[in-house]
Design a protein around this ligand. Structure first.
Ligand SMILES: NC(=[NH2+])NCCC[C@H](N)C(=O)O
Length: 338
């Protein structure tokens, strides 16, 4: 888990596209300003990350962290420059399948070099025998982006006249279920990513394409253990692969109190239901945001043990415990659970 560095980076089109659904709400609330957050958000975030690491380590997890992100104001390529964001969400930039680390091609310019923070850690894994692959990154030029999802969801701004789509997807768009990978794709950029992944992994794995979210699937559906899914209201189970429709479903119990106060001028980058973004420690214990009492009751009724942990700024930072972690397990992943 990296160190957050929160800049005012609303000017970049790739950022506004990626967070379209969240920013649309913010716009409607008129919350935008150019104010930088005070240190309270950063300090409280770091306190909560420390608590999370303590819980993981006491549960027997070996926690490794990337290099810290220290005050990087912008990132640049020959084609553009963009303000850097934070680097807290490890799940977004990588997909670990069996003994292979796959670096996924970012959709947001601010995150183009975020995987550099993991170079030393992943080199260590490579030297221990891990396979390590990087998906061809898009150049992230304006005409590389497929605007179709935005247009279907209220965008009425300019659209490049000469599109040239390139592969773009985050690791968090993919739900790994052993030999089955459920890939959320809402644009041609994503669908190209699903084709790349299927071609790359070959016949031992099946990539199931679904379209249930704008991009990251772990804000809508999360596997808690083989055979049990946590699902947010609004997801049509018929849109899931047939094998997954046989799984037990726990519907996310909405937490209708404000999960955090909006930092004035800082729009929320995750919806009110980000409490769904839990992390299974094993097939019984589930790490849950400490205020999500209805969800914890649901989990207990289904035979799980919720492990509460403070996480005060998930909406501002755009993710929860599943987003902030990247589980690398030393066990075969060619089992089929569907
Ligand atoms: N891996 C992640 N960062 N996932 C976060 C998904 C948040 C989701 N878009 C929401 O607004 O609730």
């Amino acid at each position: 888990m990296g160190t957050p560095y929160h800049l005012d980076y609303h000017d970049d089109s790739s950022f506004r596209m990626f967070f379209h659904d969240n920013l649309k709400d913010a716009n409607s609330r008129g919350v935008f300003s150019r104010r930088k957050p005070d240190n309270r958000l950063r300090d409280e975030c770091l306190e909560d990350v420390t608590e999370l690491i303590g819980i993981l380590e006491s549960a027997g997890v070996t926690v490794r962290r990337p290099q810290a992100l220290n005050n990087v104001p912008t990132v640049s390529t020959p084609h553009w420059s963009a303000p850097m964001g934070h680097a807290l969400m490890s799940r977004d930039n990588f997909l670990v399948v069996g003994d292979e680390i796959i670096e996924t091609p970012p959709l947001v310019r601010a995150r183009y070099f975020e995987s550099d923070l993991y170079r030393e850690l992943f080199t260590e894994y490579f030297n221990q025998g891990a396979r390590w692959t990087s998906v061809p990154k898009s150049r992230l030029l304006e005409h590389n982006f497929d605007y179709s999802y935005l247009i279907e969801n209220g965008y009425d701004g300019p659209v490049p006249a000469d599109p040239f789509f390139e592969i773009m997807f985050d690791g968090a768009q993919v739900m790994r279920l052993g030999a089955d990978l459920v890939f959320n794709a809402s644009t041609e950029n994503h669908r190209m990513g699903a084709r790349w992944l299927a071609r790359h992994l070959g016949p031992d794995y099946t990539v199931h394409e679904v379209n249930v979210a704008d991009n990251h699937i772990d804000g809508k559906i999360l596997p808690l253990r083989p055979g049990t899914l946590l699902v947010r209201e609004g997801v049509d189970l018929e849109d899931l692969p047939k094998g997954l429709q046989k799984w037990e479903v726990i519907w996310y119990e909405w937490f209708d109190k404000p999960v955090e106060s909006e930092q004035d001028g800082i729009p929320f980058l995750a919806s009110q239901s980000i409490g769904i973004n839990v992390l299974s420690l094993d097939e019984e214990r589930v790490l849950v945001q400490d205020i999500q009492h209805p969800l914890m009751r649901s989990l207990e009724r289904a035979g799980f043990t919720p492990v509460p942990c403070r996480w005060r700024h998930g909406r501002s930072l755009g993710g929860g415990f599943h987003c902030m972690t990247l589980d690398i397990r030393r066990r075969s992943t060619r089992t089929s659970y569907m």
